[in-house]
Design a protein around this ligand. Structure first.
Ligand code: GDP
Length: 613
């Protein structure tokens, strides 16, 4: 019988035990230059005992223009060390409380195969939920029957002796929300496409998300039982979006299924196992557990309750864990069938009770050998989080921020989510942006599509550190708010040239500090009155901010700009008004525009100095 006690005590700690002598860092020791951070040309020259101008000259010969205060990337520092006859070593120093950044190195002999973690995505109504149910109920073993009702956010299936872990929430929203918090838990995406409907907008969104996360896709062509369904057409449509199935000479695995009639489910499970084998997913069960929170809630009777996915190591009942910024002792651990688990190995989900507070989905967790350590680390993490929130100024994913990173040599790729008023302009703008690529900076358009800016765009941008560019489209107030919350910058343009020029300047490091527009508010058109000699008056409700007389405005229809001009007159009932605030009705006349529709949104804006924006 397995001796649990020995097993538990023999586990490897995740805390780096290596003591680093800080006095030896960023210096040459015995012919080796040990560095921990990016250094400027001047700093490196001093440490290597050479002239900064010599370094600048050397780099100039390689067609790299640098100044004395410019930061160098790791590769360049390495190359320069070698040129001057030193060996080099990059030392990563990670504070214990930043445990998610710790490089966990396992010995080859400790590694064992672990189950793949699978997320199901696809367009609405293509059968994701039906497929999840079909998989859950397929090949039921006795222990599962009757216990399948409990939702813990993930469940495991065994197929010919191999375990597969499924994330229970289908769709890419949860997937990208997790990723935006730095938690990439999914190994494989199953992309469900209904064969009677084909590739649809959310199919493409799912593809974007999987590709941005570099997670392989398995295509499940669903509803093959429907008369007239055409799997070949689906595969051809997917091909146009660079998802090339094996049948068409690519390397994407594909299954034809009917989730409803339960056809092809075993083949799909087999394909998942095959894909997992190719990925060679391994973990070390002999270390303290590391993983991610899949979901968490406050249970009335039991207190904070979290579904954890163990990604490496083994979690034991009774372990001390730090989860996000809270900690606790695993008082009870159960599987999706409410059965008590004593241990939970890599690639396996479990529901855990015993935490002091409710963590957030996407939080990382780590188990520690004793309570004191767990408590200390959780406290330090809490303090750090507060500090970070304080210092975090809005706009992590902003053009300014990108510009700073580019000029410091820290960034080589700019990710962009592009939304436009038509498919044609999406292609045109994308093409022009991608032409800006140069040796140092790559402009990477991760999504280019026609339509209004949606929450999904923001989540993708947030998860991929991208900027959103809107071309002839406008975000709603709710979307603006969401973007602010996620620290994603939305930049809007109406002329391709202006958009391209702005990006070009950012790449060259020429940020213009000039006037920018500030939206004052939005009003929804409820009625349209035709007044002879005057024209059309839009009877509106101000839904956000305020509308000001004489300010600039634009008319939006389904998120697309149909007109841009000036507010000629603004009235509250019969009286002229200077401005009308949120929650009040008003009549708006737009200068030279007589094509307002009910349901249009009138957005007021002003041009202000950037600092006041
Ligand atoms: P979701 O929005 O992607 O989760 O889609 P659902 O699983 O809710 O399925 C949408 C509809 O398609 C439901 O009415 C299902 O019964 C139906 N459906 C799902 N899979 C199949 C299938 O394989 N064949 C047929 N004929 N209908 C299906």
């Amino acid at each position: 019988m397995k001796n649990k006690k020995t097993n538990v005590n023999e586990r490897e700690s995740n805390i780096p035990t290596k003591k680093v002598n800080k006095a030896n860092l960023n210096k040459v020791n015995n012919g080796v230059f040990v560095f921990t951070k990016s250094l400027t040309v001047g700093e490196l020259a001093k440490q290597l005992n050479v002239n900064a101008s010599d370094i600048i000259k050397k780099l100039f010969m390689q067609k790299k223009l640098v100044t004395i205060n410019q930061y160098l990337d790791d590769d360049t520092i390495g190359e320069l060390c070698l040129e001057y006859g030193y060996d080099f070593k990059k030392e990563e120093i990670v504070d214990v409380e930043d445990f998610e950044k710790a490089q966990i190195e396992d010995k080859e002999e400790d590694l064992v195969e672990r189950p793949p973690v699978v997320t199901i995505m696809g367009h609405v109504d293509h059968g994701k939920t039906t497929l999840i149910d079909a998989i859950r109920n397929s090949n039921l073993v006795a222990s599962e029957v009757g216990g399948i009702s409990q939702e813990i956010g993930a469940y495991q299936k065994t197929y010919s002796g191999k375990k597969i872990t499924f994330i229970d929430t289908p769709g890419h929203e949860a997937f990208s929300a997790m990723r935006s918090r730095g938690a990439g838990v999914t190994d494989i995406v199953v992309l469900v496409v209904a064969s009677d409907d084909g590739v649809m907008p959310q199919t493409l969104e799912a593809i974007d998300h999987a590709k941005a996360a570099k997670v392989p896709i398995i295509v499940a062509i669903n509803k093959i039982d429907v008369p007239g369904s055409n799997p070949d057409k689906v595969m051809q449509e997917l091909m146009q979006h660079d998802v090339i199935t094996e049948e068409y000479g690519g390397d994407v695995l594909c299954c034809k299924i009917s989730a409803k009639k339960k056809i092809g489910i075993n083949e799909l499970l087999e394909t998942i196992c095959l894909q997992a084998e190719m990925l060679q997913l391994k973990a070390n069960p002999k270390r303290y557990a590391i993983g991610t929170v899949l979901e968490a809630e406050l249970d009335k009777g039991e207190g904070p309750k979290a579904t954890l996915l163990v990604q490496n190591g083994t979690l034991y009942s009774g372990d001390y864990v730090v989860v996000g910024t809270t900690f606790g002792k695993v008082r009870r651990m159960t599987n999706e069938h409410k059965q008590i688990m004593k241990e939970c190995g890599p690639g396996t989900p479990c529901s855990v009770i015993g935490l002091a507070e409710v963590p957030l989905a996407g939080d990382h967790f780590m188990a520690f050998p004793n309570e004191k350590q767990a408590r200390d680390i959780a406290e330090k993490r809490k303090l750090k989080k507060v500090e970070k929130e304080r210092s975090q100024n809005a706009g992590v994913n902003s053009l300014d921020d990108l510009y700073n990173k580019i000029s410091e040599g820290q960034l080589a790729q700019i990710n962009i989510v592009l939304k436009t008023d038509s498919t044609g302009s999406a292609e045109a703008v994308k093409g022009s942006l991608e032409k800006l690529n140069n040796d140092q900076v790559k402009v990477n358009v991760i999504r280019a599509a026609a339509g209004a800016i949606t929450e999904s765009d923001i989540l993708l941008a947030s998860a991929s550190n991208a900027i959103i560019y809107g071309f002839n489209v406008r975000p709603t107030a709710a979307i603006r708010k969401k973007a602010e919350e996620e620290h994603v910058e939305i930049r809007l343009h109406r002329i391709i040239y202006a958009l391209i020029e702005e990006m070009q300047d950012a790449i060259k490091g020429k940020m213009k500090k000039e006037e920018v527009e500030k939206v004052t508010g939005q009003a929804e058109v409820r009625n349209v009155f035709k007044v002879s000699k005057v024209g059309e008056i839009a009877g509106c409700m101000v839904t956000d901010g305020f509308i000001k007389r004489d300010s600039k405005c634009r008319v939006l229809r389904d998120g697309t700009i149909v007109y841009e001009g000036k507010i000629e007159s603004l009235k509250r009932f019969k009286d002229d008004a200077k401005e009308v605030k949120q929650g009040f009705e008003c009549g708006i006349k737009i200068e030279n525009f007589n094509d307002v529709h009910e349901g249009d949104v009138i957005e007021g804006f002003e041009m202000v100095e950037k600092e006041n924006a």
